[in-house]
Design a binder for this molecule. Structure first.
Ligand code: SIN
Length: 332
């Protein structure tokens, strides 16, 4: 009989590690309290799927995610990926910023073995907790040969998503995670892992983990915005701004004026869309004036910020090379 795959679980906290004194409530609980050893012990079926070992990398509510934890996580992924007999890595995470951590790893990790993030919408003590099955499914995917070469993956609610594409789209439902452009890559149904398609975008890491993190922020375009925030951020030395623009990348004229001044001061400005799905046109069709700013393609504002952040960390001068920066947004 062949040996079960060796899978490493890197735990970072979140609701999957949350606990409550009221099992009937999925809203009143404390995230990031249950140790990973307890989470694994609650899923005896893991023993017939993989040789699982775990490392408690952090214990945080992911709303409080920080760059230093991303750097640590990247280092632990690289460490375990280099172990010759590790078949895959699972990262347990909070759902709130899971899509950002997934995007960060997508941009920076070569993934010689599958790297799979998972989470839960309900705490571990709740009635019908979703964490145990999500954890089991994530381990199944991480150890599956078809998951190799697919880049960073996200597994929740029996679905397999590409890290670049997935987003949280509901406050509380267990099917909160969706990939608005192309849907999930596949699914898990008990021992059946089916990857029906490969990610549409390159899966190899293209950018290094930043040694220094530039200030890159997000602002939104809406009815009668002020320019106070943009001007203050420019004065404070922001290096990049992502606009959560309306519709197909349309930006209010007041903000356009402020952002033109920001661009003239050397700030990289990228338009994303606040709609939740779709591609921001290059060049824009709705507002020719906004053509001075780059398009985030189909990246939502949070993922676009990640790309701009990591790209400017590697090469601060990219703000002055809009063609190269635009090509990056079109390809990653
Ligand atoms: C968190 O993101 O850490 C808390 C919320 C969750 O995991 O659903």
């Amino acid at each position: 009989m062949s040996q079960l795959p060796r899978i490493v679980v890197l735990a970072t906290g979140g609701t999957i590690a949350g606990a409550s004194t009221n099992p009937a409530s999925s809203a009143r609980y404390q995230a990031a309290t249950v140790p990973v050893s307890t989470l694994l012990a609650a899923v005896p079926a893991l023993q017939s799927v993989a040789r699982v070992e775990a490392e408690q990398v952090a214990q945080v509510d992911s709303k409080d995610m920080v760059f230093s934890l991303w750097s640590t996580l990247a280092a632990r992924v690289q460490h375990w990926s280099a172990e010759p007999d590790v078949a895959g890595i699972v990262i347990t995470h909070g759902t709130d910023t899971l899509e950002e951590t997934a995007m960060f790893l997508h941009l920076t990790q070569a993934c010689p073995v599958p790297v799979v993030l998972t989470a839960a919408m309900r705490p571990s003590t709740s009635l019908s907790a979703d964490g145990p099955l999500n954890l089991l499914d994530a381990v199944r995917v991480a150890g599956h040969p078809d998951a190799r070469g697919k880049g960073v993956l996200v597994v929740l609610n029996q679905q397999i998503h590409a890290a670049r594409d997935v987003t949280k789209a509901h406050t509380s439902a267990v099917d909160a995670f969706v990939s608005p452009q192309g849907g999930p890559l596949g699914f898990v149904q008990d021992e059946l892992v089916r990857l029906a398609r490969t990610p549409a975008h390159a899966v190899a890491a293209v950018l290094p983990v930043p040694a220094r993190w530039p200030d890159v922020e997000i602002i939104a375009s809406y009815a009668q915005p002020g320019r106070i925030a943009v001007d203050a951020m420019v004065a404070a030395g922001v290096k990049g701004l992502v606009v959560a623009a309306a519709g197909n990348g349309s930006v209010h004229e007041v903000l356009i004026a402020a952002l033109k001044d920001a661009a003239a001061a050397g700030v990289a400005v990228v338009r994303s869309s606040r709609t939740g799905a779709g591609h921001v046109a290059i060049p824009p069709v709705v507002d020719p004036d906004a053509g001075v700013f780059l398009s985030a393609a189909d990246l939502n504002p949070y993922k676009a910020r990640l790309l701009l952040l990591v790209a400017l960390a590697q090469e601060p001068g990219l703000a002055a090379a809009p063609d190269r920066l635009q090509a990056l947004f079109a390809s990653v």
